[in-house]
Ligand binder design. Sequence first.
Ligand SMILES: [Zn+2]
Length: 223
Amino acid sequence: MVIPNNFLFTLIFLGIANWGTVIYFLFHLIKPKQKLTTINDKRFISNVKNKTGLDVVIKIMDIDQMIGFMISSPPFPAVMVFSRKLFDSFNRDEKEWVILHESSHYFMWHSLKFALSQFTLLIVGIFIINNFVVNEGIVLTLLIGLLLGLLYVQIAKIFEYEADNFAAKNMDDPKGMVTGNIKMRNDYNGFWQNKIFKNFFSIAVSYEDRIKMAEKQSGLKRK
Ligand SMILES: [Zn+2]
């Protein structure tokens, strides 16, 4: 059986661009009886509203991993999820970092931007393959998929920087972003935390860079 190059390219490209989300959905979200609890801290939520303009709904999911994410995008209401582990171990300022980060993904239309970037690179890749790669060029096809996948990660990182930057600038106390990242870094130290791997394959901003951004802002606030 011959796998068409276009299909192979699409698989590799989308795999590199979305592996984090795919693994996440496979292992955590598709669990039976996963129940969500809604947080009802009105003061905290109205503080976020003052900064973002959003009436964000916060839900907690029983996941044994320190993670937070936005599960909706405009035009739907803003809903974000905290893992139980993150919610229980983060203090108020640390939670504010996560909420402001995730809220900015929402109001900066990042999911649309992620999707459009992927779509554009996908079209570019298929164009290259159809016009410049001969039928047997499997290695070349894989290489183009890999390179465009890595390019996508770097583009997506720009939006992640945008979200962390907004959070750092708007937090009551940016130190929460420092301590929050230290907690996350200490929580898990497996292969996925390998620095080189993360730089190339993960869209998230590194803990070190986030800490630097927060320290810069807290320096500015003290002046
Ligand atoms: Zn993010």
